[in-house]
Design a protein around this ligand. Structure first.
Ligand code: ATP
Ligand code: MG
Length: 242
């Protein structure tokens, strides 16, 4: 194509138009203009799709890492779950259907980027536990003064004799180079820092459920409270808010 443009310019400046035209024609044939004419729209559409995909991945990554949100704050956990599921979509999509059964949740006092890390570790484990095709169900609910997030997979399940070891640092059943065995240990540390609990139940051969419990009463006195809205969530520092 560029050769054709060069040949056109050469022809325009040439004093032997016949020869220049022949050169341009050769370039025209080489550039396969008809083919390009047919294919260019498709090529541009594909490039646009590619750019859209890159843009989406960058947006998901930014949302997941919650750039600038490494601080304690009230956060929408569903937003964190959704962006984490998006981040893992290529790991999950060939193996599992993700079913979201979200309840009504208030915003939860947490460090969103850390909570998203927990979601990532649990969802990655769930996907890895499914060998062929299965489902990952994400349930959220408020129970009493707690928020529950439950991630259930239809994967391999966990034998009873190792169920109480899976949270230990470096415990892994994944081959060398595949797992560090730190995913659950880190997840549990983070949930403890949030004064919550993380635990697992499993039926070998049928699947596993990991439950995160986060206290709603952990609302911190230092949280910024909107002055004009006294009826919104308040810190539970006075014991009245249970
Ligand atoms: N959803 C699950 N289903 C079945 N087994 C699980 C599940 N989640 C964790 N496990 C078991 O617990 C072990 C420890 O999990 P953990 O996430 O801490 O480490 P890992 O997944 O092996 O490695 P890494 O997280 O560093 O990639 C796993 O190797 C696996 O045996
Ligand atoms: Mg893991």
């Amino acid at each position: 194509m560029l050769g054709l443009i060069a040949a056109y310019h050469a022809a325009a400046a040439s004093d032997d138009p016949a020869q220049a035209l022949a050169a341009a024609e050769a370039q025209y044939v080489a550039a396969d203009i008809d083919y390009l004419r047919e294919d260019l729209p498709a090529l541009f559409a594909e490039s646009r799709d590619g750019l859209d995909r890159v843009q989406r991945i960058v947006r998901d990554l930014k949302d997941f890492s919650r750039v600038g949100e490494q601080e304690w704050q009230f956060a929408d956990l569903h937003r964190g779950l959704d962006s984490t599921i998006n981040i893992l979509r290529y790991e999950i999509k060939h193996k599992a259907e993700v079913i979201r059964e979200y309840g009504e949740l208030p915003e939860v006092w947490c460090v969103p980027s850390m909570i998203n890390q927990v979601f990532l570790n649990l969802l990655a484990n769930a996907a890895q536990a499914i060998e062929h095709q299965g489902t990952i169900t994400v349930v959220t609910a408020v129970e009493g003064d707690k928020v529950l997030i439950r991630i259930t997979d239809t994967g391999s399940g966990i034998p009873p004799d190792i169920l109480n070891r899976i949270f230990a640092p470096f415990f892994t059943t994944k081959g060398a180079g595949k797992g560090t065995g730190l995913g659950l240990s880190l997840a549990q540390d983070i949930i403890r820092q949030h004064h919550g609990r993380l635990f697992a139940t499993s039926v070998p051969g049928q699947g596993s459920t990991f439950t995160i419990e986060l206290p709603l009463s952990e609302l911190q006195p230092s949280a910024p409270q909107p002055e004009s809205a006294p009826d919104t969530l308040k810190p539970a520092d006075n014991g009245n808010n249970t």
